[in-house]
Design a protein around this ligand. Structure first.
Ligand code: NAD
Ligand code: IPM
Ligand code: MN
Length: 353
């Protein structure tokens, strides 16, 4: 990775703007501490930009992102764009255009008081979801016939390719080996979706057979949802398709204290990758200095780790944990601070490291 990484920053809409500012503060503090530079270029893409110009992503937009070492994103979604077309173009578009096939979403409880389940320790909630990020029901294949009439037909096809399924399942097993974990659970709905998900079954068996030291488990997605609530400690690594991964990671966010603390990376190992909090633009909270910046700050830490700077990532993570445990945070996690004050506190802890 580059000694002087160039980061594309796309704050987006609503609280995406609020939390990205705090993620940049944390990155600035970590970079000052280490003496290792980072440079940023901000892209104005979002609902305002779309409503003003009619452009969601400029013609050379994805190429501009790919010319950076990483992309840091806030969130997209605005009631003035009810069909969210700009969010699909920017976020889902970048995932596909940059071929970011791994959506890496860690679920880690930072403080047991934040878990909505009874009697759970921080060790009980610590797993990773690998969400397939470029196909499935998100492929955008389909159409509407006789739209607007009582005869309307709406079709949205799920695309599962051998290449797509194979590379995300392979990534899950490789991750297990690289970090010394021994449990991979694949979730699908092959009992009902016999065509597409039979492919997941076949590939999972095929890849699992190459990793005899890793315990491969299959669950239907509905059962996984149940078991994650009943006993999250049973899971280390979960791999699933695009839509199921979207849903199960909001459930995961709930287990760790809410959407405000959940981080993610959209990865193509070895290439420009994109980091963003799991949450959306939360329009009612936007601009009010109330959104929790922790998910965005932890996403920025994931980015530093991906850029080959794990020591700085660890400093940020430690500062976040301290802030959360000491209740120097926003209301959603039991604190009394605003977005900016939380970001200031975390940046100050980083600088004092
Ligand atoms: P949301 O994530 O914006 O909000 C869901 C709930 O979580 C709300 O109660 C909100 O107040 C709370 N919340 C979310 N982030 C928070 C934070 N940082 N601090 C404190 N509370 C937080 O999801 P939604 O309401 O379903 O969607 C709002 C808009 O965001 C929609 O346009 C949706 O399409 C979009 N969205 C975008 C992304 C993204 O850009 N990655 C993700 C999800 C939703
Ligand atoms: C997420 C979001 C997006 C998704 C939306 C905004 C399209 O919910 O990143 O989790 O469904 O992938
Ligand atoms: Mn989501």
């Amino acid at each position: 990775m580059s000694a002087h990484p160039h980061i594309a920053v796309v704050p987006g809409d609503g609280i995406g703007v609020d939390v990205t500012a705090e993620a940049l503060k944390a990155l600035g503090a970590a970079s000052d501490l280490s003496g290792r530079a980072l440079t940023f270029e901000t892209f104005p893409w979002g609902a305002d930009h779309y409503l003003r110009t009619g452009i969601t992503v400029p013609a050379d937009g994805y190429r501009s992102l790919a010319e950076h070492d990483a992309v840091l994103v806030g969130a997209f979604g605005d009631p003035r764009v009810p069909d969210s077309r700009h969010a699909r173009d920017i976020l889902l578009g970048a995932r596909v255009a940059l071929d970011l096939y791994v959506n890496h979403r860690p679920v880690r409880l930072l403080d047991e008081r934040l878990c909505p389940l009874k009697n759970r320790s921080v060790e009980d909630v610590d797993f990773v979801v690998f969400r397939e990020n470029t196909e499935g029901l998100y492929a955008g294949v389909g159409g509407r016939f006789k739209a607007g009439s009582d005869d309307e037909v709406a079709i949205q096809e799920e695309i599962n390719t051998y290449k797509g399924v194979h590379r995300i399942i392979r990534h899950a097993f490789e991750h297990a080996v690289s970090v010394g974990l021994t449990k991979v659970c694949m979730a699908d709905k092959s009992n009902a979706m016999a065509e597409g998900h039979a492919l997941w079954q076949r590939v999972f068996r095929e890849v699992a057979s190459e990793y005899p030291a890793v315990k491969a488990r299959h669950l239907y997605i509905d059962a996984l949802a149940l078991l994650l609530v009943q006993d999250p400690s049973a899971f280390e690594i979960i791999v699933t398709n695009n839509l199921f991964g979207d849903i199960i990671t909001d459930l995961g966010a709930a287990l760790q204290g809410g959407l405000g603390v959940a981080a993610s990376g959209n990865l193509h190992p070895g290439r420009t990758s994109m980091f963003e909090p799991v949450h959306g633009s939360a329009p009612p909270l936007a601009g009010k200095n109330v959104a929790n910046p922790v998910g965005a700050i932890l996403s920025a830490a994931m980015m530093l780790s991906y850029l080959g700077r794990p020591e700085e990532a660890a400093v940020i993570e430690k500062a976040v944990r301290q802030a959360v445990v000491e209740r120097h945070g926003t209301k959603d996690i039991g604190g009394v601070l605003g977005t900016r004050e939380t970001g200031d506190y975390i940046a100050a802890v980083i600088r004092k490291t």
